[in-house]
Design a protein around this ligand. Structure first.
Ligand SMILES: [Zn+2]
Ligand SMILES: [Zn+2]
Ligand SMILES: [Zn+2]
Ligand SMILES: [Zn+2]
Length: 221
């Protein structure tokens, strides 16, 4: 997880360290580690697998490796801490063990989050489907209604034309005989007017009685 830890003694940091000394706070490659193995004074130094930020991995109070985990206070402890009066009565587990247990909890949490997220995604998909369905239905209804209204308007307008046509025809049927009679009467009046004219002309003509009677014979027939 940390990647390769470089040896603090090799220039350029290109050589991988094999051990980290907890007394020197230094990481060594195989070559530079040799004094720690050979010199009596250095052999007392505690060596661990090569690691970065070694200070963070040591107990700040005792500068020893944090090997334990206090379950009560949820914090890492060194061997000395675990024996202290403060922690003696608390339940301790190996740090690695505590880490594994915590990892299991975190994994369970990930699964829970995944499930919840999956449910939300399903619900979102359902909502989106409902949304689409309603939009489509509404559009379909709208165009159907619009078509129905258009047909109704066309039908109404056709009906209006028919009714008006019927009305015109009926009026024409009623007017025709009246118009015929009026024309006949106009002709009759004209004819009578000319008869009257000839009668008045007869009256106005100052002829002798024999001629008058002869002329008026046809007039009073
Ligand atoms: Zn080295
Ligand atoms: Zn050392
Ligand atoms: Zn400690
Ligand atoms: Zn404790």
């Amino acid at each position: 997880m940390e990647g390769t830890v470089p040896c603090d003694y090799c220039l350029g940091g290109s050589t991988a360290a094999v051990k980290t000394c907890l007394t020197c706070f230094t990481s060594f490659c195989e070559e530079h580690l040799r004094p720690h193995k050979e010199l009596a004074l250095l052999r007392a130094h505690q060596l661990i697998e090569a690691t970065r930020n070694v200070a963070e991995k040591l107990c700040p109070a005792h500068s020893r490796v944090l090997d334990f985990f206090c379950e009560r206070e949820q914090r890492p402890l060194c061997h000395e801490c675990s024996l202290s009066t403060e922690h003696r009565m608390h339940r301790h587990t190996a740090l690695e063990e505590a880490c594994r247990a915590k990892r299991v909890l975190v994994e369970a949490r990930v699964r829970l989050v995944d499930n919840t997220s999956g449910l939300l995604q399903q619900e979102t998909a359902t909502l989106s489907e409902d949304h689409t369905n309603i939009v489509n239905l509404s559009e379909r209804c709208s165009s159907q209604l619009s078509r129905a209204f258009e047909e109704a308007r066309a039908k109404l307008s056709r009906r209006e034309e028919e009714v008006m046509e019927e009305l015109r025809n009926e009026a024409q049927r009623a007017l025709s005989p009246i118009e015929v009679s009026m024309e006949e009467h106009v002709l009759g009046i004209a004819r009578l007017s000319s008869v009257k004219d000839s009668l008045q002309a007869l009256l106005a003509s100052e002829v002798d009685p024999v001629s008058f009677l002869k002329a008026s014979r046809g007039a009073c027939a």
